[in-house]
Ligand binder design. Structure first.
Ligand SMILES: C[S@@+](CC[C@H](N)C(=O)[O-])C[C@H]1O[C@@H](n2cnc3c(N)ncnc32)[C@H](O)[C@@H]1O
Length: 226
């Protein structure tokens, strides 16, 4: 049964990624700020827009070869890439001239083995910059902190939806202005979409998995709650 589901998922995503050179037909939700597409984000290559910020949270260990255009070349501002070093290092080497800094984000997960203290892990967000900085320093005194320390603990963070949302809000708030255009090529449950809309930023989200996409769409439709 599980295997069947996997097969179905695979054929859904394959269908979405190769049939068409345009992704407009995969639009599943749109409002004043958000466009959500249920397809392979590589299709964004065919769009003639550039974006002010990319925030990419790819699946763990995913090979990012082939994503260079959408992650880096279509961005005129900052690209943030959340990933482990196995994926990051070969990918970043191609863009080393644009690398700015790395942020460490404290992740706390319950220690299920000993049932005692929680384990601490660090997720890393790497920042690349293409063009003029869009750093927005009128809200908090963040610039001094990151200048002083290249690696900075930002905030407690876990895979929980609201915490993801506040993580996105943190970066969107500091590195974009109202009305700017953001791309999230792996938007999963849609926390980035909610965060952007709340901050009056425009965002284009891609999610290849139909179930996650539906989840994101439902969250977006519950407008009054977010
Ligand atoms: C780590 S999750 C993102 C979690 C997300 N930040 C959230 O708030 O829920 C990565 C997502 O990327 C999606 N994905 C993987 N390959 C993709 C592709 N080529 N295009 C679009 N989405 C993709 C997966 O289905 C998965 O939901």
């Amino acid at each position: 049964m599980k295997e069947d589901n996997k097969q179905k998922k695979l054929s859904d995503s394959t269908k979405n990624s190769i049939d068409n050179s345009t992704f407009a037909q995969f639009l599943v939700y749109q409002d004043e700020f958000v466009e959500l597409y249920n397809c392979d984000s590589k299709l964004f290559e065919n769009d003639n827009r550039t974006v002010d910020l990319v925030f990419a949270d790819p699946p763990f260990g995913m090979n990012l070869d082939g994503f260079e255009n959408i992650l880096m070349k279509k961005c005129s501002g900052h690209t943030f890439l959340m990933t482990n070093e196995r994926v990051l290092i070969p990918f970043s080497n191609k863009f080393i001239d644009y690398f700015v800094r790395m942020y460490a984000i404290n992740t706390v997960i319950p220690n299920l083995i000993s049932n005692k203290a929680p384990m601490q892990l660090a997720d890393f967000v790497s920042e690349f910059r293409f063009g003029k900085t869009r750093f927005n320093n009128n809200k908090e005194c963040f610039s001094n902190l990151i200048e002083a320390k290249k690696i900075r603990m930002i905030k407690q963070y876990s895979q929980n939806f609201d915490k993801q949302k506040s993580l996105f809000a943190f970066f969107f708030n500091h590195f974009t202005q109202e009305g700017d255009l953001i791309l999230d090529p792996f938007c999963g449950s849609g926390s980035s979409l909610l965060a952007a809309r709340q901050l009056k930023r425009k965002i284009i989200g891609f999610e290849i998995d139909s179930k996650s996409c539906q989840y994101a769409k439902n969250k977006l439709l519950q407008r009054e709650l977010f």
